[in-house]
Design a protein around this ligand. Sequence first.
Ligand SMILES: Nc1ncnc2c1ncn2[C@@H]1O[C@H](COP(=O)(O)OP(=O)(O)OP(=O)(O)O)[C@@H](O)[C@H]1O
Length: 330
Amino acid sequence: MTASGEAVTPAPALAARTRGLRKVYRSTVAVDQVDLDVPEGAVLGMLGPNGSGKTTTIRMLLGLVRPTEGEVELLGHRIPEGAGRALPDVGALVEGPGFHPFLSGRENLVRLAAAEPRLAVADIGRAVGDALDRVGLTVAAHRRYRAYSLGMKQRLGLAAALLVPRRMVILDEPTNGLDPAGTREIRKIIADLHADGVTVLVSSHLLAEVEATCTHVAVLHAGTVVAQGELAELLESGSPGLLVSTPDGDRALESLREKRIPGKLTPDGVRADLTAATAPVVVETLVRAGVAVHEVRRERTGLEDLFARLTQSEDVTAPGGLSEVDEVTA
Ligand SMILES: Nc1ncnc2c1ncn2[C@@H]1O[C@H](COP(=O)(O)OP(=O)(O)OP(=O)(O)O)[C@@H](O)[C@H]1O
């Protein structure tokens, strides 16, 4: 509570956090000034065009790449210094997970399971069996890794991330190479992790996937975060319209026009344009005019439209081409 007695919403605890994160490879600024917040328990979708810095950010979160500048915190530990304490609680699927090509999928997982500090030797067989089952790889578990398809390799990487219960799971393009059934399975695995309270950070190109599975989004463009927050809020903020359900559409439209608020009829009422008035002013105008207001909600932009608007600059490959981003965010 504040001194005036107002309730204050506490800031959410963060499972991962970066501040001023920057990575420069020779003349290429891969990541610049990234302040990323991953709230505990969220499923955060990291979206961005090719080369926008998603993988580099994820690798810095996991301590696999050292930042040029900036801070990283993972489950309350500074990275890379506290990696040994944070990483046992983090399952990760990142490019090139280092599987042995001549060992089978199961043998590879047994090797990785043996290195898990939280897994007793007696439990390794069961944990490996469960993880293979969870990603639908049990039948192919005896085949050598080098004979696996891209989708099977992705599944094995996911199985390695899920070998033991985690507080956080980080997945870099988990649906890469998967068929539609595999993509649906990933969606189910993410939903199950979310239901168990696990924080999930997932990078993806598939906007429909992110819209269906994520509670939060961070949009990267040319190395910087151009938008982040709760998915529903971002979609609502992207639209200047208020949708009002009412049987008195004509009267509603007339009362809006009297107040110079642009509007139009919709199948179940009116849409008021919020560029000229706030939502409370629209509602007050309608109620004062005696319009029966059944429901009011903000219009949502599709994630595809929002993404296109935020990442409209084409020149994402130019080294250090960050002036493009200034134009987008200005
Ligand atoms: N090891 C490296 N050496 C040099 N440049 C690199 C290296 N890793 C990444 N980059 C560059 O940094 C930029 C960001 O790359 P990154 O892989 O993080 O993007 P991404 O958003 O994950 O892309 P994609 O969606 O294509 O996987 C790109 O311009 C890339 O070429």
